[in-house]
Design a binder for this molecule. Structure first.
Ligand SMILES: Nc1nc2c(c(=O)[nH]1)N[C@H]1C(S)=C(S)[C@@H](COP(=O)(O)OP(=O)(O)OC[C@H]3O[C@@H](n4cnc5c(=O)[nH]c(N)nc54)[C@H](O)[C@@H]3O)O[C@H]1N2
Ligand SMILES: Nc1nc2c(c(=O)[nH]1)N[C@H]1C(S)=C(S)[C@@H](COP(=O)(O)OP(=O)(O)OC[C@H]3O[C@@H](n4cnc5c(=O)[nH]c(N)nc54)[C@H](O)[C@@H]3O)O[C@H]1N2
Ligand code: SF4
Ligand SMILES: [Mo]
Length: 752
């Protein structure tokens, strides 16, 4: 182990101390003993912990973990303290309309009419390309499905995108280009049998605390379990690693190609597996071309450990060791998140993780899996599966594919060839066009004025008088309110019913536990009212509530490989979630996809054990992907790398977690982590004000000096609306996924 047993317990328990069995969150429990408990899912991360919501006198009194869900009753602090968030006095309780520059209270009639009128006028004057929907991996599945259908089928606009573009788009691109279908093949249960964890670009301990606890428990129970962490920062995740590779940001492709190189050289590959189940591919002149194993080995010859070591700035021996640990273990599970996805080589980096599993045959077996960690609680179920992105249609279909469009036209009862064939605008393109070719936008459950990259560029457009912006929001202090023309107050979390689909393909029902404050309403009803007023064909939206929408969506799913027809509302009410595929009402759900006997989509009489049915030849693709540098590299003027991300207790733009006094106290203002050697050289002491300058903006943050960042790197979180870190970041995007490179830009660091 890289740390002592005592340290291991300290670092893994640092998280465990924040987890609760039951509801011991130190509040006045006797006073708050609930009358009833209602089942749901935590509002925050993609771990998707099951919760029990304790209700007393019609209010959420406390929250505890659901013992029947995968989290076995445990929650981290964010989940456990959700009562403070939902009961916050900062909730929006009436619609607001901007009049003379300020948002003033309005009636629902006024707000709905104004918004519908502006959308209708825009459609008449400029056509469907001028309207847009910007959604969220935190909206309910029913909300995302409905908004997607209203815009794509009703208004014929494919300008439907959302914050998963900032988050999971590269993971989607990776799964689809390798396996032909999105979403991981494994489940969280794989953690209990993995013997090696390859964690790359994920600060699991802070961002998926309950999963981190599960893997730490696995290691504690069996010291032969190895953990490799690839992260330029010595995070709490890295502290329990046996092997930490603090690579220079943006160099993971060189590292993983070198690992593959070592695996072949040491004959640690599984030729029986890759000989049967893998195709080798490369892009040549923009087209995928079939390659041979020999071609792949020739390609890898360029990535010796020594050469990769020079690029990544880690010892060559560490790369060799990582490859051997990966390939020699009886079961290897890879976990990654934004450290790979938020990069201009995001899709390629995802491909290379899959490659390592495919060449070693460590895939689709218990504990052996290539498992992308999902950020938001419903990015998978709500946005990826429903196809609520600008290039997608439901169930893994593509807008650009005529057959797929025709399938959806038939399913939705539309005339053949009536769906708009042109993919819509992806997130940054959509905001870049705002006020110009995009004139009316609806935003649901996301706070782009704080979370977009290079944000000043986009807020300039948000300010334009040629745009109309309506937002559906729960909190009065979200940054995007500053730019909204109309604000609709949304029912939050368990104030309405609906489904969340977490990172392991688990669909869970959040049941309604309490009423919403004031006049706040479920977003589904707001969307339905708006659609009706915009003149959307009533036959397309025959829904009264979210359960009706679920019924339609469940039926549709049977016509795709994302089949969850067996998940009736009734079944979801009774269970703590089910994993798709789940085609029939007696199907128990699927823990391992693509494996005969496990995945119902693989015919029982299929001749081979594994069948990658997403690809026409039934094989998974191993891609030849070269290392390429980040979009903006440090230079003499901006000599440091700035990376951005998260801290354990704050959620994204802070609108929710800042409502919790305990959290506000622990993480008051954004800060910047500086390496101790760099700090010494620059005369910066802990707590000093540090000035960060990039080509896009400047910010002064208080310094946290230490060993977390590798030399030459600084880190800042983006939760603080008073310190908009995104004014500094670049908005270069991955060519394929269009996901921005939040993780890397060049910065000058000086004492303020
Ligand atoms: N507490 C908390 N938890 C959350 C969230 C939250 O806001 N707060 N948000 C949720 C969401 S939506 C998401 S997307 C996830 C994000 O979860 P993570 O991706 O785990 O979190 P980040 O802090 O964005 O970045 C992860 C790590 O990537 C590393 N990194 C940066 N550049 C590179 C690189 O080039 N290579 C490698 N290998 N690593 C690199 C950073 O040092 C950082 O430790 O968290 C989810 N969970
Ligand atoms: N610098 C930097 N920027 C990043 C990232 C990074 O790593 N670095 N990560 C990116 C990633 S991965 C993500 S996912 C995004 C997240 O970025 P955002 O989605 O913009 O961040 P959130 O704070 O989660 O925004 C959710 C909004 O919805 C509101 N809300 C909460 N519940 C409800 C509800 O039930 N209904 C409605 N209608 N509204 C509700 C909240 O008050 C909040 O304003 O940030 C991206 N931006
Ligand atoms: S790990 Fe994620 S889902 Fe679980 S309680 Fe914490 S924030 Fe919620
Ligand atoms: Mo995310």
């Amino acid at each position: 182990m890289g740390c002592t047993r005592r340290e291991f317990i300290k670092y893994s328990a640092a998280m465990a101390a924040l987890t609760f069995l039951g509801y011991g969150c130190g509040r006045k429990e006797a006073e708050a003993t609930p009358d009833t408990w209602v089942k749901g899912v935590c509002r925050f991360c993609g771990t998707g912990c099951g919760v029990m919501v304790g209700v007393r006198n019609g209010k959420v009194a406390m929250v505890k973990g659901d013992p029947n869900n995968h989290n076995k009753g445990m929650l981290c602090l964010k989940g456990a303290l959700l009562a403070s968030v939902i009961n916050s006095p900062d909730r929006l309780t009436t619609p607001l309309i901007r009049k003379g520059g300020t948002l003033v209270k309005a009636t629902w009639e006024e707000a709905l009419d104004l918004t519908a009128t502006r959308f209708k006028q825009t459609l008449e004057q400029f056509g469907p390309k001028a309207v847009a929907y910007y959604g969220s991996g935190q909206a309910l599945t029913e909300e995302s499905y409905l908004a997607n259908k209203i815009f794509k089928a009703g208004l014929k606009s494919n300008n439907v995108d959302g914050n998963p573009r900032l988050c999971m788009a590269s993971a989607v691109g990776g799964y689809v280009s390798t396996f032909g279908k999105d979403e991981p093949m494994g489940s969280y249960e794989d953690m209990d049998s993995a013997n090696c964890f390859f964690i790359i670009g994920s600060n699991t301990s802070e961002c998926h605390p309950i999963l981190f606890r599960r893997l730490a428990a696995r290691k504690q129970s069996d010291p032969s379990v190895k953990i490799i962490v690839v992260d330029p920062r010595l995070t709490n995740t890295a502290r329990i690693a046996d092997l930490h590779l603090p690579v220079v940001p943006g160099t993971d492709l060189a590292l993983m190609n070198a690992m593959a190189h070592v695996i072949f050289n040491e004959e640690l590959d599984d030729s029986k597996f890759h000989g049967k189940y893998v195709s080798f591919k490369a892009m040549v002149d923009g087209k995928p071309v079939e390659k041979s194993l020999e071609d792949y080995r020739t390609f890898l010859a360029d990535y010796t450990p020594e050469k990769a070591a020079a690029i990544c700035s880690v010892p060559a021996e560490s790369i060799v060791q990582a490859a051997k640990l990966f390939a020699n273990s009886s079961a290897t599970m890879s976990l990654w998140c934004m450290g790979l996805n938020q990069r201009i080589q995001g899709v390629w980096a995802n491909n290379l993780v899959h490659n390592l599993h495919l060449i070693t045959g460590k895939i689709c077996k218990p504990g052996s899996t290539s498992f992308s960690l999902t950020g938001q609680p419903n990015a998978c179920g709500g946005v990826r599966d429903t196809g609520s992105l600008a290039h997608l249609l439901p169930g893994g279909r593509l807008i650009a594919n005529q057959e797929h469009r025709n399938q959806m036209e038939e399913i939705w009862g539309l005339p053949k060839d009536s769906l708009n064939p042109a993919p819509g605008l992806f997130t940054t393109a959509m905001f870049a066009a705002l006020g110009d070719t995009v004139r009316a936008m609806l935003v649901l459950c996301t706070n782009p004025a704080q979370s977009l990259p290079n944000v000043k560029k986009y807020t300039a457009n948000l300010k334009k008088s040629t745009k109309f912006l309506a937002i559906i929001e729960a909190f009065a202090d979200a940054e995007t309110l500053k730019y909204a023309d109309v604000v609709f107050p949304a029912a939050f979390w368990c104030e309405r019913e609906g489904v969340y689909g977490s990172g392991e393909r688990r669909y869970c029902l959040i049941e309604k536990a309490v009423a919403s404050p004031g006049e706040a309403r479920p977003s589904v009803n707001i969307l339905l009212d708006l659609a009706t007023r915009m003149g959307v064909d009533p036959k397309l939206i025959p829904f009264k509530n979210s359960a009706d929408i679920w019924e339609e969506w469940r039926e549709i799913s049977a016509k795709s490989a994302y089949n969850f027809k067996g998940m009736t509302r009734e079944r979801l009410r009774k269970t703590s979630g089910l994993l798709w595929p789940c085609p029939t009402e007696d199907h128990p759900g699927t823990k391992i996809r693509y494996s005969r006997g496990d995945d119902p989509m693989v015919p029982a009489d299929h001749p081979d054990k594994y069948f990658f049915y997403g690809n026409p030849n039934g094989r998974a693709n191993v891609w030849l992907r070269p290392h390429k540098p980040a979009a903006e590299l440090p230079d003499a003027e901006y000599p440091f790398i700035l990376t951005t991300g998260r801290v354990i207790d704050q959620w994204h733009t802070g609108t929710m977690t800042n409502k919790v006094p305990e959290i506000r106290k622990a993480f008051p203002a954004a800060f910047v982590e500086v390496n101790q050697e760099d700090a010494k050289r620059l005369g910066i002491a802990n707590g000093d004000n540090v000035r960060l300058d990039t080509r896009r903006g400047s910010l002064v943050l208080s310094a946290r000096v230490g060993e977390v960042c590798r030399p030459g790197l600084v880190f800042a979180p983006f939760y603080d609306a008073q310190k908009l870190v995104n004014e500094l970041t670049v908005d270069a995007v991955d060519e394929a996924s269009k996901q921005p490179e939040f993780k890397i830009c060049a910065v000058r660091v000086s004492k303020a």
